[in-house]
Design a protein around this ligand. Sequence first.
Ligand code: SF4
Ligand code: SF4
Length: 173
Amino acid sequence: MAKKSNRIASFLSARRRWVQGLVGAGIYAAVSVLGISLWWVLAAGAAVGLVFGKVFCRWACPLGFFMELLTGIGGKDSKFQQMYQYHKLGCPIAWASGALNRFSLFRIRLDEKSCAECGACDKACYLSSIEPAKYSLYKKDAERPGEAFACSKCLACVSSCPSGSLGYRPGVR
Ligand code: SF4
Ligand code: SF4
């Protein structure tokens, strides 16, 4: 039976676009209506990265929300997809929080004892499915995609695990 953290991850993962749209709208309103400085947004995005890693891009960014809409319309090979990648390359929040994926308090963590090595998590992850020789969420000698710069904490890996062996949890290592 799936663990509680797995069920919460599934619930959130299925509603990520809504969360991103709502939080993104709040940030946009704070900047454009209330006149909050963008520097505060940058500082907050990087500070959140210390605790949660690179969550801003896929859970809070107003630009990311629209870019994902456009790439969804245009498909994987569209110009919008290239624009989205360029946009992320130029974003200081993405750089800071992506670098913190290795050190953040919350990370994608594996319970090796309960893992059945079924491979469902690797198929669900956009990093390990693109580079299976490099990344894996469970194979011993592979790099963990959750600690890579590009992992934006979509939680697809956690919600795909049938045994609840993966969790997005705090820990010391
Ligand atoms: S989906 Fe879960 S049980 Fe299957 S390999 Fe990944 S961590 Fe292990
Ligand atoms: S949270 Fe990171 S490791 Fe998990 S599926 Fe998404 S990109 Fe892959």
